[in-house]
Design a binder for this molecule. Structure first.
Ligand SMILES: *Cc1c(COP(=O)(O)O)cnc(C)c1O
Length: 430
């Protein structure tokens, strides 16, 4: 499989080069040259296959010759080494829980897969790779955990001081080894600006092999197809499900759309957005306008100009009519988000996190107009990661899951950084 740049000004590359580069040299996102079709046997046997087998079959055509089959099987097995349960919440709505990984967020899947691929590639070359990533919370933790101890790879995470939750900060700053956390005196936009500037700095790129671990990287984006298959494995009604995805940078939903294009039976998608609704507006009106991000309670989705929107348009040949037939957009306010957490908890006992709540609301809204259908929303993070919101709404503390309890006794280790490019450059060239 080869990948071309959506800006069309850079040569196509294979999976290894796309993973190491992150973004194409012309600034475009990489996109696969063709979309593989799932075989009829795969679709017929899906319900009885193991998670690791499903992952291997889905990703193999995308990886091509870049990783030997036996190695890739091992990478797949390690990546999905935790549960992805489909939990009924109401008669017509089930939650696909994506928070049973080590950092309690769906980003574990992409980060675990990408780190293992990069680890394999870096063992076969001498130059070490530096993964540079800006985070508003969940990405940093998943990337730190996924890359911990991977030889030949150093990870540098930039996060905004005082603007991530205490648990998220411990996930970023307590691992040590090859993971460095830079605590930036600024906001998330400052972190992202510094990272973007680093990728364009010739002095830096001459000395370091830099790559990105955001969902622009194909090795983080593509494995997100796996759990759409796991949802279908557990789906019992006859008609295909509607799937609602809480969306920020749109990597997650774009992976679902790719699996659908390969033949996975999904009836419809709902792109659930908070006040940052540029894509939802596009789906409704046909006009896309990027806007500065605004802060909301579902802060992992506070993205004004989603990177993966370009991939969605490519998948549908830039055709608004075809994309809007398969995907609806919903905008959900903070007030609706907290009301949903409270109501669903009271009526069903199920505790949503703010991102899952946005998707639940959007799915309910869609199903109201489609009474014969049922659906799944992706619960992208555990509610314990957003205690300020969830505890204020339901009036009780969220129990800390065993997987992260050990973190609470660890000590934060971060390096304070002024939000100026010279400071980041000096750190990276140290
Ligand atoms: C990152 C994140 C999202 C948004 O995912 P995208 O792939 O950027 O659309 C949603 N929910 C949570 C909890 C996240 O961490």
């Amino acid at each position: 499989m080869r990948y071309y740049s959506l800006n069309k000004q850079a040569p196509p590359v294979d999976f290894q080069a796309a993973t190491i580069a992150g973004q194409a040299p012309d600034g475009g996102l990489y996109f696969p040259e063709h979309i593989p079709r799932f075989s009829p046997e795969f679709l017929a046997n899906l319900k009885t296959m193991s998670r690791a087998e499903v992952a291997f079959e889905v990703i193999r055509p995308y990886v091509g010759e870049a990783i030997p089959a036996a190695v890739l099987r091992g990478i797949c097995a390690e990546t999905v080494d935790f549960a992805f349960p489909l939990v009924p919440v109401t008669e017509r709505i089930a939650a696909l829980e994506l928070f049973h990984g080590p950092t309690l967020a769906f980003k574990d899947v992409g980060a675990r897969f990408m780190s293992r691929c990069l680890g394999y590639f870096s063992r076969r070359q001498t130059a070490p790779v530096t993964v540079l990533v800006a985070t508003s919370g969940d990405t940093g933790g998943a990337v730190a955990d996924g890359f911990l101890g991977v030889e030949g790879v150093e990870v540098v995470i930039l996060y905004p001081s005082g603007k991530v939750s205490p648990l998220q900060e411990l996930q970023l700053t307590t691992l040590g080894q090859n993971i460095k956390a830079l605590e930036v005196r600024g906001n998330f936009d400052d972190c992202q600006r510094l990272v973007k500037q680093a990728f364009l700095d010739p002095l830096l790129t001459k000395h370091l092999q830099l790559t990105s671990a955001n969902s622009i990287n194909v090795a983080r984006w593509l494995p997100q197809q796996f759990y759409y298959c796991y949802a279908l494995q557990q789906w019992t009604p006859k008609s295909p499900p509607v799937i609602a995805v809480p969306s920020g940078n749109f990597g997650n939903i774009c992976a679902g759309l790719l699996a659908h294009a390969s033949g996975l039976p999904i009836g419809h998608f709902v792109a659930a957005c908070n006040a940052n609704s540029a894509v939802a507006d596009y789906l409704r009106t046909g006009t896309f306008t990027a806007r500065p991000a605004v802060a909301t309670l579902s802060n992992a989705m506070d993205v004004g100009s989603p990177s993966n929107f370009a991939r969605i348009l490519e998948l549908f040949n830039q055709n608004h009519t075809t994309v809007s037939q398969l995907v609806s957009g919903e905008m959900v306010s903070d007030a609706e988000t907290t009301a949903t957490i409270r109501r669903v908890h009271q009526q069903t006992g199920y505790l949503l996190d703010p991102h899952g709540a946005v998707a639940f609301w959007a799915l309910e809204e869609y199903l109201r107009g489609h009474p014969a259908e049922g659906g799944i929303f992706l619960e992208t993070a555990h509610p314990v990661k957003f205690p300020e919101v969830v505890e204020a709404v339901v009036g009780a503390a969220v129990p800390v899951p065993a997987a992260v309890r050990g973190l609470l006794s660890r000590t934060k280790q971060s390096i304070l950084l002024e939000p100026e490019y010279a400071a980041l450059q000096a750190f990276l060239l140290r």
